[in-house]
Design a protein around this ligand. Structure first.
Ligand code: TRP
Ligand code: ZN
Length: 891
């Protein structure tokens, strides 16, 4: 594959650094091809180092090194050695000032890590190991330093010069340049360093902290986007208040800045005092941004802000601890969003993501524990497992300890590790201390990969009036451990028992769990063994168990519900989340019926219980409209594929579409009544109430259009034309573009053309225009995607465009990506090979759908593996892609 295969590094090999860097002074003379970076580091030997006589080895890549000096004296070539990844200095004193001068080329940096140019702006991305592309350094998170940074650039082109902390000095220089010096009083690892230079507009505001300090807030964007910053600013202030109220965490600098850039590999980055965001996670206004987009901005702004404590003030010792900051911070932003909007709706949305995407990751070749034991390229571990499952693990701690003890544990953790670099064990130890509990057995959640399977069976004794639930847990084999090697998990099982009269009060031996006296129909059991039972007494009729309420643990739950039982849960459970979950299970059963009926060439007939339940939901004016919308939404094709033994993409697509069309025809009266009853031309605001209404209205429209009747195609077209917000416009456009009715075709074409015409200047809107076409189910979609790759608005250089077109096609259009001739796979591997050279992180991420080859039939498996092999033979394969390819082929 390559000359020397990249090697894995292991958590068990961790050693403290041999040297420490107390102070870091950086000087940047910005230039597109030859930016000069001068560094001056106050270095000393670490008194805790394993050996006291080691050479100084600094990380560094792609730097044109000009000079190296110690205490002001330039070293000659025999005193140090440089290779493609490091600089080794042979003899260094106990403590010294170390300087280097090097040149880097931001303009040629297409990897979007290190210092690069995005449009006319300079910006940085240093997490995880990008700082080493800027200057030679100890680029590891347990080396914390106090940074002072001077940036010099042409004043007219780059009036705004930013770095972390506070501006301490600025002025004009002789030529056309000017400079600003920034000082960050908080010690930090290099991955939190940031620099920005550009001609940027700014939205300014302020926030008064709990102790009465005034903090200046600034959001920097391109001038044309300055009218799209209000939502981010409001979200920022809400986040700052929330973190004070819920976690007692106050902001620490006098200024907090956000900068929006167009070319960015991920959502955003929490650099100290200077967060850098993908434009897609900052900019929002009703005309151009969907409700989903507004919510994404709110949650990402919160996420990055919360990192100021969970990540920056207390950082990670090494990258195996990544979930220490990411899992905890996702949990924090998730609770924040739940508090800002509707808690149950937020939970449904995150569980959908987890079950569809994280479960798939956990079942594939890249499966890894929340705390991985090894990696080849850390960029490949910014995953749904580290983030979303990591957040579920923190959520389980919160459930087990309760809010008070959890908060006490978080206080202990922040106080004990403030200014330092911590481990996941340190976090759990703080929770143990706060609660007095032994959490040793809980650690399986961090150390074992794979999604546990929880099989539940029940037994009702009508004479004794007892009801017994038996739980059996196991975890399938994953690359690092076989099923038999795995220890049981501590599983918090939130549950209730529901009869035809509703939920009943629970009587059981409370040793097996706990009880909240204010809700006698609800308990949280703590399962710890591979098999265990619990018996409830005083049960006079066979109840339906409402299990894993609120998705209290990230497991695959298996209980053989019959459909009447699901209907009981849908109609009688007092747990909103489980009402939704039951409706999904019933819909899955109905789609499976349709698959069997279609396979024997029969017409489909839909279980009347689903129609009754959906009909009742459409008429229910009391349940939150957003929940009704979620309950009416059929499980996605991607989810149906994930839960199948072998993902029969064509059958799934046919069955699901036909079920949708049949529901629409059967419930046309209810759907059109509810559709008509919901207001459309309100003054837009992104409140939970309005978002709920739009989501219900648009799911009704989706069903109505699925009838294929021209009246409803017309209705969609009118909505497309008349909508005063992107949510309604995009929903209508999607209905038309995804419709299989012949009459929809010219309307879809007209709408797509009009849409592009109107929004071509708005890059984020154009990305959605790519996505809606890339996810169309029609058989000519692959050809359309190829055509769109040649479109003036498309470029492989911009990750948002790659995700919008190629990512949407490969991840959210199973029937076309997996077309039987393998052309979808071929398209993806072309893109991956192109990106391997320009942007390895993106290349490896885009590969994910091909790594899932085991899910498909033998023919597709062969075609998918052939593409993986083809990519594996590419010369100069990046570490990123190498790791994914080699693990996928070995699976
Ligand atoms: N720490 C960032 C976050 O989750 C993640 C991130 C942003 C990132 N940009 C990156 C990770 C580039 C790897 C590479 O908030
Ligand atoms: Zn994060």
């Amino acid at each position: 594959m390559r000359d020397a295969e990249p090697r894995a590094i292991y958590l068990r090999d961790y050693q403290v650094p041999d040297f420490l860097i107390d102070k870091t002074h950086l000087h940047f003379a910005l230039h597109p091809q030859t930016t000069r970076v001068t560094s001056e580091l106050k270095i000393r030997r670490n008194p805790e180092a394993e050996q006291s006589d080691r050479e100084l080895v600094l990380h560094g890549q792609e730097i044109d090194l000009q000079s190296v000096s110690i205490n002001g004296k330039q070293l000659n070539a025999s005193e140090y050695r440089v290779d493609s990844e490091s600089l080794t200095v042979f003899n260094v004193p106990e403590s010294f000032t170390f300087s280097t001068v090097g040149f880097i080329s931001p303009e040629q940096n297409t990897s979007l890590e290190g210092l690069y140019k995005s449009k006319t702006m300079y910006c940085t991305q240093c997490e995880a190991e990008g700082f080493r592309k800027i200057t030679y350094y100890l680029d590891r998170p347990d080396v914390l330093s106090e940074f002072t940074t001077t940036v010099v650039a042409n004043k007219a082109e780059y009036p705004v010069l930013l770095s972390n902390g506070n501006p301490v000095k600025f002025g004009d220089l002789d030529d056309d340049t000017h400079f600003v010096t920034w000082h960050d009083p908080f010690r930090k690892p290099a991955y939190l360093f940031a620099l920005v230079a550009g001609d940027l507009a700014v939205l300014e505001d302020s926030f008064t902290t709990m102790s009465g300090r005034e903090v200046t807030l600034k959001i920097f964007v391109e001038d044309k986007d300055i009218d799209k910053c209000d939502h981010a600013m409001t979200s920022l202030k809400n986040s700052m208040r929330w973190d004070e109220e819920v976690y007692g965490r106050e902001y620490d600098l006098d200024i907090f800045m956000i900068v929006a850039v167009d070319d960015f590999n991920m959502g955003a980055m929490e650099n100290k005092g200077l967060n850098i965001f993908n434009t897609s996670c900052v900019l929002a206004k009703p005309e151009t941004t969907t409700d989903f987009g507004f919510q994404r901005v709110e949650s990402v702004v919160a996420h990055e802000y919360f990192h100021n404590w969970s990540g920056n003030r207390v950082t990670c010792r090494d990258w195996f601890q990544l979930s220490l900051k990411e899992g905890f911070t996702v949990f924090r932003d998730s609770e924040f969003s739940a508090d800002m909007g509707s808690r149950t709706v937020k939970r449904v949305e995150e569980v959908k993501l987890l079950r569809t995407m994280q479960f798939a990751e956990d079942a594939g070749p890249m499966a890894h524990p929340v705390q991985p034991a090894s990696f080849i390229e850390i960029s490949n571990f910014y995953t749904l497992t580290v983030y979303e499952k990591g957040a579920e693990v923190v959520r389980m701690l919160h459930t087990l300890l309760g809010p008070e003890q959890f908060r006490k544990g978080s206080d202990i953790y922040f106080a004990r590790h403030d200014g330092g670099a911590a481990t996941i064990n340190d976090f759990v130890a703080a929770m143990e201390e706060a609660s007095g509990r032994d959490l040793k057995n809980f650690m399986s959640w961090y150390s074992q990969a794979g999604t546990p399977v929880l099989k539940v069976s029940d037994q009702f004794d009508s004479v004794a009036q007892t009801y017994t639930l038996t739980f059996h847990q196991s975890c399938p084999s994953t690359p690092e451990a076989s099923e038999s090697e795995k220890s049981p998990y501590v599983i918090p099982m939130a549950m209730g028992l529901v009869t035809s009269a509703g939920p009943i009060a629970l009587q059981f031996d409370a040793a097996g769990g706990h009880f909240d006296a204010s809700r006698p129909t609800h308990a949280v059991l703590e399962l710890t063994k591979s098999e265990e039972s619990i018996t409830f007494s005083g049960v006079s009729e066979r109840p339906v168990p409402s299990l894993l309420r609120n998705f209290s643990s990230p497991v695959r739950l298996q209980f053989n519900y019959d459909r009447d039982q699901l209907v009981t849960l849908i109609t009688k459970d007092d747990d909103g989340f489980n009402r939704w979950d039951a409706s999904q299970q019933l819909a899955v059963a109905v789609i499976h019926d349709a698959q069997s009926q279609l396979s024997v060439g029969a017409g489909i007939d839909i279980d009347a219980r689903l129609l009754t339940a959906f009909g009742a939901l459409l008429q229910d004016r009391y349940i939150d409209a957003a929940m009704v919308a979620h309950m009416l939404s059929l499980p996605s094709e991607v989810f149906l594929a994930e839960i199948a033994e072998v993902a029969a993409v064509d059958d799934i697509h046919k069955a699901r579409s036909l079920v949708k069309k049949t529901i629409a025809k059967s419930l046309i009266a209810e759907l059109s009544d509810r559709f008509a009853s919901l207001p459309s031309a309100v003054h837009y605001s992104a409140t939970a109430e309005q978002i709920a209404v739009r989501s219900l209205k648009n799911i009704c429209l989706e069903y109505l259009v699925a009838t294929g009747e021209s009246e409803w195609l017309q209705a969609a077209f009118s909505q497309f034309t008349e909508a005063n917000n992107m949510t309604d416009q995009m929903a209508a456009l999607t209905c038309l573009v995804h419709s299989d009715a012949a009459a929809a075709e010219p309307m879809a074409a007209a709408a797509l053309a009009a849409f592009y015409q109107r929004w071509q200047a708005e890059a984020l809107v154009v990305n959605q225009w790519f996505s809606v076409q890339a996810t169309a189910p029609q058989p000519n979609t692959l050809a359309k995607v190829r055509t769109l790759m040649e479109h003036e608005a498309f470029t492989l250089k911009n990750p948002n465009k790659v995700r919008g077109l190629i990512g949407a096609f490969a991840n959210n259009n199973p029937v076309n990506f997996h077309q039987a001739d393998g052309q979808g796979y071929g398209l993806l591997s072309e893109v991956v090979i192109a990106l391997n050279t320009s942007n390895p992180q993106m290349a490896a991420r885009m590969l994910a759908p091909l790594t899932r080859w085991k899910k498909y039939d033998a023919n597709r498996q062969g075609l998918m593996r052939a593409e993986l092999q083809k990519i594996g033979k590419v010369e100069s394969l990046s570490k990123d892609v190498f790791e994914v390819i080699s693990k996928s082929l070995d699976f």
